[in-house]
Ligand binder design. Structure first.
Ligand SMILES: [Ca+2]
Length: 403
């Protein structure tokens, strides 16, 4: 069968793809934040613990206004290898409690699209609710919303198929897609979850910003146009100052199904056996990671929040753009305008173009150096979320000495 290939042409006028908060300081007015609907393949117990770990960032970042979470659930992952899972209601409830928010969440349909135009209207109510929440959130938005996808593109495709008018009404600033590969030869996990949905969204005329997870070598390889990096150690979590963020991470990483009291767990001192388990935790995956924790989403949240990775005094740090010092060595990351060619099976290729485009692509100049700096910066970044919380809730602070 011949693939139908669609070219999305570059526009001649340069356009800036991401709205970012421009003011200085930690206290941002709501209208200075970037409103985000997050579509995540988030489960409890975790399917990929990376989704549960990365979810802290959009709750914590003051540059982000997280307005809804849509669970991108695939039926085969609900029961898998003797593990039974639910959509990620528990981690969202935990983070809503920690950050004193009420971000609504609901699940989208569990089964693959049967055609690119599929609206999934036959799905049961529990799976319709995610699409309803998605569309209602867009409808009531007073400013254009950024849609962030860190799983399959099924929920976005269904929402787009039901309400193309809403998607084209100016309510959507951009669709940020953490999926796919920097090579047209490698079918990456998130795309493979629903290939028709991927082709549907990538072929739409919406503004799309691509953060490919994989390279030609697969999802655990680094090149300049994918986002993967490996965090070598998770024991820093035990040194986080805020007990509740530390316990959230422990609960989700260790899949604490023996503790149904998922809110009480946040407030108690981390049980010694769980601290020991976290200290010894090794994220061995299908291909063997040597114990590293794999990360794909950092680049996306940093771009959305207008943050930069710098080497300062010989150490990696994540800082706001307006905090960069002339003495900092900046790790260059940017978005390229590209033309995109999309096949029926969701595989895509791209070509960099000049000027503006409907499609933008993540670029990092030095993946190896970035990984080294992120291994230093990521724990400090998560601890910076903690410090803000400690100020708000000093009773939740356990003053561990970081050594
Ligand atoms: Ca994911």
């Amino acid at each position: 069968m011949n693939a139908i290939i669609k070219q999305i042409a570059c526009f001649s006028l340069a356009t800036v793809p991401v709205l970012v908060a421009a003011s200085c300081g930690n206290n941002r007015r709501a209208d200075e934040q970037v409103p985000v609907i997050l579509v995540s393949d988030l489960y409890y117990p975790a399917q990929d613990i990376g989704d549960n770990v990365d979810l802290v960032a959009p709750f914590a970042l003051k540059e982000i206004d997280l307005v809804a979470i849509i669970f991108d659930i695939t039926r085969s992952h609900l029961k898998e290898d003797g593990i039974s899972r639910d959509p990620g209601f528990i981690p969202v409830r935990q983070l809503n409690t920690i950050f004193e928010k009420e971000v609504p969440c609901a699940a989208a349909p569990y089964d693959e699209l049967s055609s690119p135009e599929d609206r999934k209207e036959e799905a049961p109510y529990s799976q319709q609710r995610g699409i309803e929440l998605f569309l209602q959130t867009l409808e009531k938005a007073s400013r254009p919303v950024h849609i962030v996808s860190t799983g399959s593109l099924r929920p976005i495709a269904i929402a787009l198929n039901r309400r193309p008018d809403l998607f084209h009404s100016g309510k959507v600033a951009a669709i940020h897609i953490c999926a796919g590969s920097s090579s047209e030869d490698y079918l990456e996990w998130n795309i493979a979850l629903d290939t028709l949905a991927a082709a549907r969204v990538l072929r739409s005329d919406m503004r799309v910003i691509l953060y490919p997870c994989a390279s030609a070598e697969g999802p655990f390889d680094k090149d300049v146009n994918n986002t993967f990096w490996a965090l070598q150690d998770l024991s820093w979590i035990l040194s986080l100052q805020d007990r509740r963020i530390k316990n959230y991470l422990a609960y989700n990483i260790l899949r604490k199904t023996d503790r149904p009291d998922f809110l009480s767990y946040l407030d108690e001192e981390l049980p010694e056996q769980d601290a020991a388990a976290l200290r010894d935790f090794r994220s061995d995956r299908f291909y063997g990671s040597g114990g590293a924790h794999y990360v794909w989403e950092t680049a996306l949240w940093m771009q959305l929040a207008s943050l930069m990775l710098v080497e300062r005094d010989g150490k990696g740090q994540i800082v706001r753009k307006d905090e960069v010092l002339t003495s900092d060595d900046v790790c260059l990351e940017e978005l390229w305008p590209v033309t995109l060619t999309v096949k029926d099976n969701g595989l895509f290729s791209f070509e960099r173009c000049t000027g503006g485009s409907a499609v933008w692509l993540y670029y990092r100049a030095d993946p190896k150096k970035q990984e080294t700096l992120l291994n230093q910066a990521f724990p400090l970044w998560y601890d910076s979320f903690t410090k803000d919380l400690v100020k708000q809730n000093p009773e939740h602070c356990l003053c561990y000495v970081i050594n």
